[in-house]
Design a binder for this molecule. Structure first.
Ligand code: NAP
Length: 255
């Protein structure tokens, strides 16, 4: 198994890609710490894992709070004795996040708090545990929208994900020498609740986006999570500071 004996903390594990990642990682032998702001959904993920014979523990925590981030890392160490993989996946994409000229400050701040401060806090508490062990893998989820402009803006989200890419490179350089690798994944549009619950509901909006994807379909959580599996495993032991785009070819598409 590719993650035998690894302790993997996954945020946003109660839905979408975080849930699929938790299940896959557990199938590959990981002990999973499934974290979500919705504790009942984290528990549902753990139930699915345990039913299939895997090992996992649920933690209710808000990644944008100091207390929440410390609580989730402490839970990993207390339950399983160490932390090998910190998978900063939790993120939000509110409908009210639009252009800089019509987005309220409160919306901007909230998006930054979860999407970027959440990564900072996860690393603040998680990386010291990995340094102690002399090894570890940080997986940060950014987005393809941080790499290209979009005429249908979501400026707070886009800027927060740009920040995730930048901090990933800084982490890679700082902590690579201590055995801790940091990489970012930029997913294209993936069919999860984050997207389907509003952006893809309207058929014309959906068709507009589909038209831009050379592969002719939206992504599935597995399209991203298999890359995360590689980054979590020792197969990626020389992959550090990479920004890996998995988007069906969208960012390569001029016309
Ligand atoms: P999702 O289905 O909405 O799952 C995200 C989970 O994180 C939800 O359970 C969410 O709870 C939880 N969460 C939100 N805020 C949190 C907080 N402060 N602390 C802890 N948990 C929190 O989203 P997804 O599509 O799987 O997205 C996962 C990641 O991929 C995100 O970072 C997203 O920005 C990124 N991404 C997604 C796409 C896409 O097309 N889906 C594309 C590019 C990048 P709530 O439901 O209560 O918010």
């Amino acid at each position: 198994m590719r993650l035998e004996n690894k302790v993997c903390l996954i945020t946003g594990a109660g839905s979408g890609m975080g849930r699929v990642a938790s299940q896959l990682f557990a199938r590959e032998g990981a002990r999973v710490v499934a974290v979500d702001v919705k504790g009942n959904e984290a528990e549902n993920t753990v139930e699915l894992i345990v039913k299939s014979g895997g090992k996992a523990v649920a933690v209710q925590a808000d990644v944008s709070s100091d207390i929440g981030a410390k609580k989730m890392v402490d839970a990993a160490v207390k339950t399983y004795g160490k932390l090998d993989v910190l998978y900063n996946n939790a993120g939000i994409f509110p409908e009210k996040d639009h252009s800089v000229i019509d987005t309220d400050s409160e919306v901007w701040d909230k998006v930054y708090q979860v999407n970027l401060k959440g990564v900072y806090l996860g690393c603040k508490y998680g990386i010291p545990e990995m340094i102690k062990a002399g090894r570890g893998s940080v997986i940060n989820i950014a987005s393809f929208v941080a790499l290209v402009g979009c005429t249908v803006p979501q400026d707070a989200y886009t800027a927060s994900k740009g920040g995730v890419i930048s901090i990933t490179k800084s982490l890679a350089v700082q902590f690579g020498p201590k055995g801790v690798r940091s990489n970012a994944i930029c997913p294209g549009p993936i069919e999860t609740p984050l997207l389907t619950e509003w952006l893809l509901k309207e058929p014309t909006e959906k068709a507009k986006r589909l038209n831009r994807i050379p592969m002719g379909r939206f992504g599935k959580p597995e399209d991203i999570v298999y890359l995360a599996l590689y980054l979590a495993s020792d197969e990626s032991s020389w992959t550090n500071g990479a920004v890996l785009v998995v988007d069906g070819g969208i960012t390569s598409n001029y016309f």
